[in-house]
Ligand binder design. Structure first.
Ligand code: HEC
Length: 142
């Protein structure tokens, strides 16, 4: 029961992630990184990034506090590491199942749905991850 509830919730997250029109498709003066974060990450990591999103109770592992990455990883924002964790494709298989969606796959799948992006999906994946890194770097606590 608990498990099927959990899978249902995760499926919802995935469905939302794969159908939500992307910020890039509609340029605005808004903060792209924040939009990406609120649309894709806040459900687990919380609106403030502290790890208290509404899906928290359904996950096996607690979503990390994303405001303390710099502090926990040596002082400077660990761009490369965070990039790889968000993308997730190099990690699959290496550490077994993870509760966090593999965003590299999610974003790539979306790119393939856009006529202008389908022939260069990795640029689109990178753009979205860069926007997220930019936002996460800005919410680090000292
Ligand atoms: C379905 C819930 C869920 C969603 C949505 C989610 N995460 Fe996570 N995330 C987790 C969990 C749980 C962990 C803890 C580690 C694990 O699962 O291996 C984690 C870990 C992380 C870490 C590692 C932090 C550390 O302390 O090493 C980063 C970075 C991260 N998430 C970023 C993101 C970003 C950016 C997004 C949005 C694009 C996102 N997450 C969306 C559940 C989620």
């Amino acid at each position: 029961m608990r498990n099927s509830k959990r899978i249902g919730a995760l499926a919802l997250v995935w469905a939302a992630a794969t159908t939500t029109p992307v910020a890039f498709a509609q340029p605005t003066a808004e903060d792209l990184g924040r939009l990406e974060y609120e649309g894709n990450c806040a459900s687990c990591h919380g609106m403030t990034g502290k790890g208290d999103g509404r899906l928290k109770g359904l996950l096996t592992k607690a979503p990390s506090d994303l405001t303390t990455l710099s502090r926990r990883y040596g002082g400077a924002f660990p761009n490369q590491m965070v990039w790889e964790i968000i993308d997730g494709r190099t990690e699959v298989g290496a550490h077994g199942a993870r509760d966090m969606p593999v965003w590299g796959q999610v974003f790539r799948r979306q790119a393939l749905q856009y006529p202008g992006m389908a022939n260069q999906p990795e640029w689109y994946v990178r753009g979205r991850i860069v926007a997220l890194l930019d936002y996460l770097a800005r919410i680090q606590t000292k």
